[in-house]
Ligand binder design. Sequence first.
Ligand code: PSU
Ligand code: MN
Length: 303
Amino acid sequence: MNVEIAAEVREALEAGRPVVALESTIISHGMPYPQNVAMAREVEEIVRAGGAVPATIAVLDGVPKVGLSADELELLGSAPGVVKVSVRDLPYVVARRQHGATTVAATMRLAALAGIRVFVTGGLGGVHRGAATSFDISADLTELGQTSVAVVSAGVKSILDIGLTLETLETLGVPVLVDGSDEFPSFYSRSSGFAAPMRVDGPAEIAAVLAAKWSLGLPGGVVVAHPIPAEDEIPAGEIGGIIEQALGDADRLGISGKDITPYLLGRIVEITEGASLTANIALVKANARLGARIAVETSALAG
Ligand code: PSU
Ligand code: MN
């Protein structure tokens, strides 16, 4: 597949300087316009301020791109008909020369093709509640099992079955690190009721785990769970009922498959009258700060 890497990103990679990949489904399908575009720009700025080069990844006119311009971010955030692209969708949007916003899975794959090892997002996909009958398990997990990229997120939302998601990651051999906490976080909340599979404290320790994994010849991803800052969190007790309400609405409307996650994200923003969006933006920014530091430590170790 022909992947177009922006000059700035290519130069940084060739020189061994830190680069952080960023996904685009969060822009096109995860947040409303215009907050989505503002978030995308600010996150790139945060990565730069942290000493790394940002590389937002998407498919534009059928070309997978690593590193986007401001106009391209605007287009992804505002144009109608941008396709949500997981790994299975990549060949189709490329062949049809469409615009696609890449999920965690597709972004990981394109980041790895470009040689990027650190990727920042908000939340991961996982095992959906009711997966025993729906079989709805995000391809993000499959990809984490095989593609050697570290994904910084605020954990997984309880729109998913968090316990089954953690079990599946264990089966796939994916280390799940939690930065600075003994509990796995649930996106809006610092708590989830599930213990941290592996606690780490700070970017140097995280970079050491990544280096150890890949130097042992263990391919595949690493989940770096970064709890939302305490001042931005929505307590689990508060968001729990809202998530139940959104899940009930999705059920009534018969929404399933690739549409379910975007629907739930949008519905939760509506029900909370924007409070969930404020928390979502805050956690992505915090993840970008951590991700840049991990990329800096990782390139220092490699150099
Ligand atoms: N979870 C969030 N925000 C998001 C997503 C998940 O809190 O924006 C997006 C990511 O792009 C993730 C995708 O990779 O949804 C998972 O979709 P699915 O469950 O259809 O695989
Ligand atoms: Mn799914």
